[in-house]
Design a binder for this molecule. Structure first.
Ligand SMILES: [Cu+2]
Length: 504
């Protein structure tokens, strides 16, 4: 009897370990020596021409040595890998002039930005090789840590994987008045987290496994095994999960507490003390970390809390799921530490009763009409695979809407909506807490969860050009886990062309 129970337990444990191993292949990055100085992307304030702030972003191929002695072919923006941190200010008019020096079509999307559909850089604003495209808009949103990346349908994942990603930080009166660390690269640090697979010859290996690309080598700002020297005082890290598919559970190796101060779309109301931040692809978080104790700490990703991961870590025994990112080395401070602000922002809660309608968004599940899902197809949203010639949803300008995002499938999907920042209304019926009270444009919906988000559609009607909503696991998005919505002044008076596009 005892023996049967033990055998059963062993089978369960081994199955758990096997599942774990399949999901998190070859993640064995422990034991880094952190010998490389963390690269900090250039920041750009552009140049003001006729009252408009202009930026030039040139996408082109390059070579970068990430691993010692290995030359990796890359694509970057104004350089071999990643792009400049674009600094914008609320109320300004900007022109972002994007030149494509690659030999294939791409686009450039301003993730989290409140911009007209024609300026959004979706699959509908293609930039052919050797040409340029200009996104012109007014910066019409609060201070927030946004980012930019290509969005060509079917090849987003590959373009991002090669290196086309940059940060786009917005400031406003509030962010400038707050007593926060603001010296770029000194106490206000961009942290772009990416996992990569390398071939033996050093080339990026875009290998789709379990439906997406998971790397075994961590890069921060394109730096492998990095360290960062800071003063022994409070510093600000602006984290972006710029990975194609991997979800991180960010903390420090000494489990120190820190304060989260911002989410995707802006500041939280007050600093939130924690020792973990979950970041799915596309999500951002700003944290304040106090190094006045002078102790070094390694920024890392922990395994997801859960029995499978605990067993997996134990059995596989290779530090699987523990991903070391960056060693932070404090030096004696020259300046006194910033105090922790008591208040950061005012977020008025949008009430469910203010919503004109609720739209269901079912992630994964069967295809409409029972067509074959499979390699390169799906998972679907609402049973449908992305069709650039189909309009899936039509939103009335001025309405507030609830989108009920339900994930009946077997894996987590980060759901991203263009144009808006939304609030989480509830998750599995429970009101949000902690960082989920902040403004978001991407929300992680684990298997089995239902998340209701609420958002106002205040500006930018366009009866022709749609915005996107999609899973931000880029290989899912590229396989069609994406839909299109129009924002129009009167959904009852659509052109016959648009009406036809709705019913494809
Ligand atoms: Cu997905």
């Amino acid at each position: 009897m005892k023996r049967t129970a033990l055998g059963l337990l062993m089978i369960v444990l081994l199955a758990g370990a096997t599942c774990y191993w399949l999901t998190f292949i070859r993640v064995t990055n422990g034991g880094l020596t952190f010998e490389n100085k963390l690269l900090i992307p250039e920041q750009s304030f552009g140049t003001v021409v006729d009252g408009r702030r202009q930026f030039h972003l040139t996408v082109g191929e390059g070579i970068r040595e990430f691993l010692p002695g290995k030359r990796t072919p890359t694509v970057g923006v104004n350089g071999p890998y990643l792009g400049p941190t674009v600094r914008l200010r609320r109320g300004e008019d900007v022109d972002l002039i994007v030149r494509n020096n690659m030999d294939e079509m791409t686009t450039m999307h301003w993730h989290g930005a409140h911009v007209p559909a024609r300026m959004d850089g979706t699959p509908h604003q293609s930039i052919q090789p050797g040409t340029a495209w200009t996104a012109s808009f007014e910066v019409a949103q609060q201070a927030a840590p946004l980012w930019y990346h290509p969005h060509p349908h079917g090849t987003t994942g590959r373009h991002v994987y090669r290196g086309v990603t940059g940060l786009m930080w917005i400031d406003d009166d509030n962010s400038e008045a707050l007593d926060l660390p603001k010296t770029y690269g000194v106490d206000d640090i961009p942290i772009v987290i990416q996992d990569r697979l390398f071939d033996d010859d050093g080339a990026f290996d875009f290998a789709i496994n379990q439906g997406a690309v998971y790397g075994d080598t961590m890069l921060v700002n394109g730096t492998w095994s990095p360290f960062l020297q800071v003063e022994s005082r409070r510093i600000r890290l602006r984290l972006l999960n710029g990975s194609n598919a991997r979800i991180y559970y960010i903390g420090f190796d000494d489990n120190r507490a820190f304060h989260q101060i911002a989410t995707d779309g802006g500041f939280l109301e007050a600093p939130l003390q924690t020792n973990r931040v979950t970041l799915a692809p596309g999500e951002r978080a700003e944290i304040l970390v106090d190094f006045s104790d002078g102790a070094e700490a390694v920024l890392k990703s922990y395994p997801e809390a859960g029995w499978l991961d605990t067993i997996g870590s134990f059995f596989v025994g290779l530090g699987t799921g523990h991903l070391e990112l960056l060693k932070i080395v404090p030096r004696p401070a020259k300046r006194v530490s910033h105090a922790l602000p008591e208040r950061l922002n005012t977020i008025s809660r949008i009430k469910a009763a203010d919503a004109a309608k609720t739209r269901p968004m079912v992630l994964g599940g069967p295809l409409r009409g029972g067509g074959p899902a499979g390699p390169g197809v799906g998972p679907p949203i609402n049973g449908k695979i992305m069709d650039m010639g189909r309009i899936d949803e039509v939103v009335r300008l001025g309405d507030t809407e609830i989108w009920e995002v339900r994930n009946p499938g077997g894996q987590a999907h980060p759901f991203h909506v263009h144009l808006v920042q939304f609030q989480i209304l509830d998750r599995n019926g429970q009101p949000p807490a902690g960082a989920e009270l902040g403004w978001k444009d991407t929300v992680l919906v684990p298997a089995g969860d239902t998340v209701r988000v609420i958002m106002p559609f205040e500006r930018y009607a366009d009866p022709e050009v749609p915005y996107m909503y999609h899973c931000h696991i880029m290989e899912h998005e590229d396989a069609g886990m994406m839909g299109q919505f129009l924002v129009v002044e009167d959904p009852e008076r659509l052109s016959s062309r648009t009406r036809n596009l709705q019913h494809r």
